[in-house]
Design a protein around this ligand. Structure first.
Ligand code: NAD
Length: 476
């Protein structure tokens, strides 16, 4: 396994200075200029897709089809959306002007933030580096990226593709571990776009505060799925398994735990077990050999998940489906756990793997109380055949995003903002939301030669006093 070389600090500072000097030039780029850059990126991704398949197979045995669906498709779809709409996004937005400023005109101008830092995680190592890059380029920024060191082949692929498509003063990739991130976040970036864990998100926000850099924090947490009393259980189990099976559950918006009415728990388990066999093979051995189940990214994360499982079992939980693991290849079968006590570690921290605790409830408000006693999740899923029942859950909770009767697919719609709330993140992106997150909304007011305000200049005579009184009364 290749190890990522840490980019030296002097090299990082050199690239930062180069990019800082380019920001004035980048401010002047038109929609056509930016679209040219985005097209060049898209062409390179399409031409070099086989290299990405290879890199991700080497990093964590991710199947080519999942690479297509969850890495390349989101990047290409963001590029296409930006190409289609960029001219409109960039256009200054005319806004109204109140009567006391009669004669003036006002608009909101979207200017680039400047030099943007993108730090990304290992779980969708290409997708989560490429999609923020698209937003940053669309908004006219220069960009330094630092992909995760845990997927070294994909990190190398990103470095090469960016170096081939962009001059270094527009976009560049530096590589390495958290010490490289620390070198980076010590610099006065105009904006830091971070995707990763909540714990590291806090470190990033503290570092950003030194320079008052703005931040977008795309974090994690425990995303619940609530099954209502009237849910279609076959559909629920199918979609929950898909959410836990894709990328082996190593997805920020994977369902983390399930809340199901006590009297329908067994029905859920039965459907889930059947689907497990349909999706990945009828026996534990067939599933272990399925090319469609990728591995846990490394031995450290495998051990973390194994510890969560062991701790839950020790405290009285039971395996209701799956449960097989193989340390020699970091393999964990999609697994259901029942009778999990709330003080088990698996109910305290984000699972980020293919294990799903199934909790049962008697009354829906018990389930909602449990959710509301915890940090606000990145995603919350509801399964119900009745719109009012689903809306009840939405109205009584807070979450970054919600899907009714499915999981994770909200992030495939660039017309929806993607992001968390408080502990699961600050800010959002995708489509126009990404463009806005990486732009500064600048207020521009054009004042004519004769302005209404000049009637109220000093000295403050009785006339000015009367004008002020009339304005207060009738014009604002
Ligand atoms: P992580 O926070 O450990 O690492 C993310 C990035 O931060 C990596 O590039 C890493 O090198 C860097 N980093 C690590 N320690 C650092 C430190 N002390 N200072 C500065 N930088 C540091 O996260 P991960 O394990 O790569 O990814 C998993 C986490 O990311 C999960 O919590 C998951 O929910 C979250 N995630 C969120 C989203 C989202 O869109 N909201 C998407 C994917 C993953």
């Amino acid at each position: 396994m290749p190890v990522v070389r840490n980019t030296p600090a002097a090299e990082i500072r050199r690239i930062f200075e180069l990019q800082k000097n380019a920001t004035r030039r980048m401010r002047l780029t038109t929609a056509a200029d930016r679209i040219r850059r985005l097209r060049a990126l898209r062409d390179a991704i399409e031409a070099r897709t086989p290299e990405l398949y290879e890199a991700m197979q080497a990093d964590f045995r991710k199947s080519a089809r999942e690479v297509d669906l969850t890495e390349i498709l989101p990047a290409i779809s963001e590029i296409n959306d930006a190409i289609k709409h960029l001219k409109r996004w960039m256009a200054p937005r005319k806004v109204g002007t109140p009567l006391p400023l009669f004669g003036a005109s006002s608009e909101v101008v979207y200017e680039p933030r400047g030099v943007v830092l993108i730090i990304s995680p290992w779980n969708y190592p290409f997708h989560l580096a490429a999609v923020p890059l698209v937003a940053a380029l669309a908004a006219g920024n220069t960009v330094i990226m630092k992909p995760s060191e845990f997927t070294p082949r994909t990190s190398g692929f990103i470095r090469q593709i960016v170096a081939d498509v962009f001059p270094e003063d527009e976009a560049a990739v530096v590589e390495g571990d958290h010490t490289v991130s620390q070198e980076l976040t010590a610099l006065p970036f105009d904006h830091i776009f971070f995707t990763g864990s909540t714990a590291v998100g806090k470190i990033i926000m503290a570092a950003a505060s030194k320079h008052l850099s703005t931040v977008t924090l795309e974090l994690g947490g425990k995303s619940p799925a609530v099954v209502r009393e009237d849910a279609d259980m076959d559909l629920t189990a199918t979609r929950i398994l898909w959410g836990k099976g894709v990328n082996a559950g190593q997805t920020c918006v994977a369902p983390d735990y399930l809340l199901v009415p006590a009297d329908r728990r067994q029905e859920f388990i039965d459907h889930f077990s059947k689907k497990l066999s349909d999706f990945y093979g009828p026996t534990p051995e067939a599933r272990r050999q399925s090319p469609d189940l990728c591995r846990i990214v490394n031995a450290r994360h495998f051990q973390r998940l194994q510890d969560l499982l062991n701790d839950a079992l020790k405290r009285g939980a039971r395996v209701a489906a799956g449960g097989n693991t193989d340390a020699s290849e970091n393999y964990i079968e999609p697994t259901l756990l029942v009778d999990v006590p709330l003080d088990a570690k698996i109910m305290q921290e984000e699972i980020f793997g293919p294990v799903l605790p199934v909790l049962s409830y008697g009354n829906i408000n018990e389930a909602l109380d449990l959710i509301n006693s915890r940090d606000k999740p990145l995603a919350l899923y509801v399964f119900s055949t009745n719109r009012d029942e689903a809306d009840y859950v939405i109205q009584h909770t807070s979450a970054g995003g919600t899907v009714i009767n499915d999981v994770m697919v909200h992030l495939a719609n660039p017309s929806l903002p993607f992001g968390g709330v408080n502990h699961s993140g600050h800010g959002n992106y995708h489509g126009e939301f990404g463009f806005r997150a990486l732009s500064h909304e600048r207020a521009v007011l054009r004042q004519p030669k004769r302005s209404a305000i000049s009637l109220m200049y000093p000295p403050y005579t009785n006339f000015v006093r009367t004008m002020a009184r009339l304005t207060k009364r009738f014009l604002v």
